[in-house]
Design a protein around this ligand. Structure first.
Ligand SMILES: [Zn+2]
Length: 186
C-alpha cells in the first residue's frame, strides 16, 4: 500500500510539472483547443489523474469577468455541464468499470496562469480566462492496453482540436484529435 501511494504521488507531481512547463506556449491559450493530460498511476493501471484545460470561451462563451447575473448564470451553466458530462466526454472501456470524480474546476486569468511572466503592456487590452479542471479515475480493472473515446465537441461545439498527452510508468504519448473527438490508446 505504501508503495502505491508513493508512486501515485510521484506520477501526479510529474504531471503537474509537465503540465506547467509544456502545456502552454509563450503567450495566451489557443481558442478552440482543449488540452487533456492523462496520467495512469501505479503498477496496476487502475487509477488515473486527468487534467483538462481550455479557453473559457469554449465552455461558456466569453472570457471577461462575469459580473452580471446573466453572465454568472452562463458561466455556472457551462462549468456545471463540463463537470457533470465528463463521464460521457471521456468514455473509458466499459468493462474496466471506471468511476470519474471531479477534484477541482476553476476559472483562471491568463495573468494568474503566467504569474512568473513579465507583464506585457500590449497584451492587456483583451482579457483571457481559461478553465482548468482535475479529475481522478478509479477502475475495477487495469486501463493499460484499452482505448479511451473522447468527445468534447458534442457538448462544447467551439472545441475543434483536442491535444492529448497520456503518461504511464513506461511510456508517454501525445496526439491531436481533430473535430473535437476521437480515440486514444492507453
Ligand atoms: Zn482567450
Amino acid at each position: 500500500m505504501q508503495k502505491i501511494i508513493v508512486k501515485t504521488l510521484c506520477v501526479s507531481c510529474l504531471l503537474t510539472v509537465f503540465f506547467a512547463s509544456t502545456s502552454r506556449g509563450a503567450g495566451a491559450h489557443e481558442h478552440g483547443v482543449a488540452r487533456l493530460q492523462i496520467a495512469l498511476d501505479g503498477d496496476a493501471g487502475t487509477q488515473a489523474t486527468i487534467i483538462f484545460e481550455t479557453a473559457a470561451d469554449s465552455i461558456y462563451g466569453f472570457e471577461y469577468e462575469a459580473k452580471s447575473a446573466k453572465d454568472r448564470d452562463a458561466q455556472k451553466a457551462g462549468l456545471d455541464l463540463l463537470k457533470t458530462s465528463m463521464p460521457q466526454i471521456l468514455a473509458f472501456d466499459h468493462s474496466r468499470q471506471c468511476v470519474l470524480k471531479n477534484e477541482s474546476l476553476k476559472v483562471v486569468t491568463e495573468e494568474e496562469a503566467h504569474s512568473a511572466r513579465k507583464p506585457d503592456p500590449h497584451h492587456d487590452e483583451v482579457e483571457h480566462r481559461s478553465v482548468e479542471g482535475r479529475w481522478s479515475v478509479s477502475c475495477g480493472k487495469s486501463l493499460l492496453g484499452t482505448k479511451l473515446s473522447i468527445n468534447l465537441v458534442d457538448k462544447f461545439s467551439r472545441i475543434h482540436d483536442v491535444r492529448v498527452i497520456t503518461i504511464s510508468e513506461s511510456s508517454q504519448k501525445s496526439s491531436t484529435l481533430k473535430n473535437g473527438k476521437g480515440f486514444v490508446g492507453l
